[in-house]
Design a protein around this ligand. Structure first.
Ligand code: FES
Ligand SMILES: [Fe+2]
Length: 398
């Protein structure tokens, strides 16, 4: 991979001296190669090294709270079945029958009517623990042993109500997948929340294209005018105070354009800025003032944490240039029972922002197809993006 060479021309903005104490990049850094965003062989390599090894967030556990609930998911080319047993335990399997490989569950979600998972093809029956209970043959060969044909299991962990799976043989420590430096969610009651609304979209972009976009705010003023009104610092194309090389000059201003937080009078990410309820009880004053915190577990999810609700944004790759986004809005049940609860106040705003991001990601994807685009260049504000791309590099041996 060739490095981007520094040019001799003057930068259009101010030039960094190298003495600034800030979070931004102070040297030219190349992006990942353009071809890694669409090459089918590279996509397979990333599936193998990343999506088939790391912990992946699938859904909030409350979406399958009752025994015998099931949900199915597609991760790359792999289909996964999650089932909650009579014992309350969630288990995960490849959605593949051990007889001749048919899909076991066609539906996206539902509840088993009996105690068995039955293959729709020749009707082999499995327990919710994955054991083969019965075949459909008139008789079985003497050397046929049902114990030899359980469903293929995958690792499942339900951590504070968040359901993660790992398709690798040996699962790493789940907590190691929680991005260091991402804001913590220990003060949010995530296990007590339920899903009030779900939104899905299949985007025509590589999974990294969406993450790249998530990791910078250079695009914010032109792509997200409404969001920049609510979060004024985004209007300056940065997401944190220390992204500005001269942040010390305005550190005492208290102005959200410089120090972050929501605009004057706003409490949460809603269409009018008014929170749905008083802040969750355990939040610190700083967490309340921040307006939004992000919990991140690459490569599958970020959770936007607000004072009154949370929103998980989960990404799964479906193809080199196809990525599914599924978003869950999470509320305390009592919030949704309030007479003045207005779901559209929160969903409309975030859907607008995510549609804008999806459209920007699709534009980005299209342009990277140019045969001249071997790689791009990162600007100082894109330091989170550099971290994300280094994370990808480490796992894919670049
Ligand atoms: S493939 Fe499932 S029973 Fe035959
Ligand atoms: Fe954005």
């Amino acid at each position: 991979m060739s490095a981007v060479r520094p040019g001799t021309g003057k930068a259009s903005g101010k030039t960094l001296t190298g003495d600034e104490d800030f979070d931004g990049l102070d040297r030219v850094e190349p992006t990942l190669p353009g071809s890694t965003y669409y090459d089918p062989a590279w996509y397979e390599h990333e599936l193998d090294r990343i999506f088939y090894r790391e912990w992946l967030y699938l859904c909030h556990g409350s979406t399958m709270a009752k025994p015998r609930s099931f949900r199915t998911f597609k991760i790359g080319s792999q289909r996964i079945l999650l089932v909650r047993g009579e014992d309350g335990q969630l288990r995960g399997f490849h959605n593949t029958c051990r007889h001749r490989g048919s899909i076991l569950c066609k539906e996206a979600q539902g509840r088993l009517t009996g105690k068995a998972i039955r293959c729709p093809y020749h009707q082999w029956a499995y327990s919710m623990e994955g054991d083969l209970l019965a075949t459909s043959s008139l008789a079985e060969a003497a050397d046929f042993d049902k114990a030899d044909f359980p469903l293929y299991p995958v690792h499942v962990q339900e951590w504070r109500g968040l359901v993660f799976v790992c398709l690798g043989d040996d699962a790493p420590d789940l907590r190691d997948s929680f991005e260091r430096g991402s804001d913590r969610i220990e003060h949010w009651p995530v296990e007590d929340l339920v899903v009030g609304y779900t939104w899905r979209k299949v985007m025509k972009c590589n999974w990294k294209t969406f993450w790249d976009n998530f990791n910078e705010c250079l695009h914010c003023p032109n792509i997200h005018p409404e969001l920049c009104d609510l979060v004024p610092i985004y209007g300056r194309r940065i997401s944190g105070q220390r992204d500005d090389p001269h942040w010390q000059d305005t550190a005492e201003s208290g102005d959200p354009r410089f120090v972050g937080g929501l605009k004057e009078g706003a409490q949460s990410w809603t269409s009018d800025g008014v929170a749905l309820r008083e802040p969750f009880p355990n939040l610190t004053p700083e967490e309340i003032a921040r307006g939004q915190s992000y919990f991140i577990s690459a490569p599958s999810v970020f959770i936007a944490c607000h004072v009154d609700y949370m929103r998980s944004v989960r990404l799964l790759p479906l193809g080199p240039e196809e990525t599914e986004i599924e978003v869950e809005w999470l509320f305390l049940p009592e919030t949704m029972e309030r007479p003045d609860f207005d779901l559209s106040k929160v969903t409309d705003f975030a859907i607008l922002v995510m549609q804008q991001d999806a459209e920007a990601s699709e534009l980005n994807q299209e342009g990277m197809r140019s045969r001249r685009f071997t790689e791009g260049v990162l600007m100082p504000e894109e330091h989170w993006l550099k971290r994300f791309q280094d994370w990808v590099r480490e796992r894919t041996d670049q």
